[in-house]
Ligand binder design. Structure first.
Ligand code: VGL
Ligand code: ZN
Length: 208
């Protein structure tokens, strides 16, 4: 079902950064296909924020930090399972730059950076992967009287999906514009879509 943007909506454009686009360090297949619709979405909403994956060079989510491990292997850490990623979105590098034009960057009311604590990964725009460390986005929404978060961006099965799930956990309405998202892997996309559906996330296919 299409939805109509409301003044109490917040559009959250998730991790639209060079490293997640084709040619990037952690390229999401078809990631570049969402750029036009992300720009169109940003023009339709009164309130827009961006997130930016923002890792130190020695971040513990990088396979390179774990002797003998390869990217995409899964290990156990104190907060649960952790996928080991290629080195990506390192603070201050071109790969970490937001791949959106000035029309969106100028409109954005805030940029929430995440994943900057060396020992903990952060997929969700609200909470890091320990499930308790906040980014400040929930407070931003509450203080501003924003009741629904609408998500688009990369990657559907990780940062977009976990953001939408946390939005529901924190008491917000949540919607994902699927046409403006791409995911990393089929299995995790299927898993996250089922979780989102069960959590009452509105899955929209043609908002823009
Ligand atoms: C992401 C894996 C690692 C994402 C970020 O933005 O979905 N995925 N870091
Ligand atoms: Zn990351």
């Amino acid at each position: 079902m299409p939805i109509t943007p409301k003044p109490t909506d917040l559009l959250c454009l998730i991790d639209i950064q060079n490293d997640f686009l084709p040619g990037g360090a952690l390229a999401v297949p078809g990631g570049d296909e969402i750029l036009v619709s992300a720009h169109m979405l940003a023009m339709q909403f009164d309130n827009v924020v961006l997130t930016q994956d923002w890792h130190p060079i020695d971040h513990k989510s990088f396979a390179a930090e774990h002797e003998g491990r390869e990217p995409f292997e899964v290990i156990e850490v104190d907060y649960g399972q952790q996928v080991l990623w290629p080195v990506h979105c390192v603070q201050g590098t071109p790969g970490a730059e937001i791949a959106l034009g000035p029309s969106v960057l100028d409109k954005a009311q805030a940029i929430f950076r995440k994943g900057f604590r060396p020992g903990i990964d952060s997929y969700s725009a609200f909470l890091e992967n320990d499930g308790t460390t906040p980014t400040g986005l929930a407070g931003f929404m509450r203080e501003r009287g924003l009741t629904r978060a609408v998500f688009a961006g990369l990657a559907l099965d990780y940062c977009v999906g976990f953001s939408a799930l946390d939005a529901r956990k924190l008491g917000f309405e949540a919607a994902v514009d699927l046409g403006s998202c791409r995911g990393i892997a089929d299995a995790s996309i299927t898993e996250r879509m089922a979780e989102m559906e069960a959590a009452g996330v509105e899955l929209i296919s043609n908002l823009s």
